[in-house]
Design a protein around this ligand. Structure first.
Ligand SMILES: *Cc1c(COP(=O)(O)O)cnc(C)c1O
Length: 348
């Protein structure tokens, strides 16, 4: 799953790395994402467009780039079928069945209609039938199995094709859910697909900010906008160059943590547009100087932890990451650092 610029991490680097690792099927959300990905990856991999095709023009664009539209309604199927008739040859596509999410996909009635009149699918070369789980992160939720059963039952009425149900969390629900193809997204990028247990995934994202200034503050001082943080004893504050304009969410004000010189330190005061302030009183003075880097995600602060502190999910943290960072992509996935292992351990 490489929609939304590979969850904000850079599809230009992420997709070729996945292809080189053996991934042969990619999913994006929009036609534009699909066209760009085809240019990037060349002719070989399958590229499916989750939103399907809105009209004839998009259908033609999808065909020109050799993309698989994920057809979500009888209207989309009719448009694709008409294009195939015009082309005088079957055209490959994916069918999406809604099994309870009620967001995208063919409803029960539409699947029944297709089952009764398969000529509606004339010219549709169905390469995959898929559905999407609403509650996969809750392994005990009975909706998961209900959706699986509904999916298997309904797809039996359609042309036989490989089946796909599981996103990252779905993969961890057990083998019954993996079927022929899985669609992992967040797990590839370090999010925890089993939030009730230790995150089994490596942490490929390391976000660092640089200290711009260090200052001493007295017991009567306050820090930052709104004087929101009052100092209770003489302290040292490090000001770091990252803010909400960089996707370091403002909701992390007074809640986030960073790691500097191996020590976890709190974000104090408000996150501003370009800067955050850390209380580094507990870190030896020699280690805290302008120019020193601090870890904001990774290096002892897990992505899951940042998301929880911000009151959101890892997906939003990653897709919010700003454009101002200097981005370095390393083809080798880093092993868990001792700090990461410790952070994981401390949460369990
Ligand atoms: C985004 C998406 C996924 C991937 O979900 P993750 O939770 O990131 O693994 C899979 N399937 C569909 C239909 C999606 O929209």
């Amino acid at each position: 799953m490489v929609k939304a610029d590979a969850y904000g991490l850079g599809v230009r680097e992420v997709a070729p790395t996945l292809a080189a690792a053996g991934c042969g099927t990619f999913f994006v959300a929009t036609v534009d994402e699909g066209v760009a990905l085809r240019e990037l990856l060349g002719a070989d991999p399958s590229i499916a467009v989750l939103h399907g095709v809105a009209d004839r023009r998009e259908a033609e664009e999808v065909r020109r780039s050799g993309l698989l539209p994920v057809l979500n309604s009888l209207g989309q199927i009719a448009a694709w079928s008409a294009l195939a008739r015009g082309a005088g040859q079957p055209l490959p596509c994916v069918l999406h069945l809604d099994t309870g999410m009620n967001r995208l996909g063919l409803g029960a009635g539409e699947v029944q209609t297709l089952g009764l009149d398969q000529s509606l699918l004339a010219g549709c070369d169905v390469r995959l039938v898929m559905s999407h789980l609403a509650c996969a992160e809750e392994s005990a939720n009975t909706m998961n199995r209900r959706q699986l059963v509904t999916f298997l039952k309904r797809s039996a009425a359609l042309p036989s094709a490989p089946q796909s149900l599981a996103n990252s969390a779905g993969i961890f629900l057990g083998e019954a859910f993996t079927l022929d193809l899985v669609r992992p997204g967040i797990a590839l990028y370090g999010g925890n697909p089993v939030p009730s247990a230790v995150n089994p995934m490596a942490q490929p994202v390391h976000l660092q900010g640089r200290i711009v200034q260090v200052r001493r503050v007295d017991a009567s001082d306050t820090v930052g906008y709104g004087a929101a943080f009052s100092v209770s004893a003489p302290s040292r504050i490090a000001t770091v160059a990252a803010g909400y304009a960089d996707g370091y969410l403002r909701s992390l004000s007074g809640r986030g943590v960073a790691v500097v010189a191996g020590t976890r330190v709190p974000i104090v005061g408000r996150v501003s547009m370009d800067l955050i302030t850390l209380d580094v009183t507990s870190v030896p003075e020699a280690a805290i100087q302008p120019g020193v880097s601090v870890s904001l995600i990774g290096g002892g602060v897990s992505l899951d932890e940042v998301a929880a502190a911000a009151g959101t999910i890892p997906y939003e943290i990653l897709t919010s990451l700003g454009r101002r960072y200097r981005r370095e992509h390393r083809p080798d996935v880093p092993k868990l650092s001792p700090e990461d292992l410790e952070a994981i351990g401390s949460r369990n």
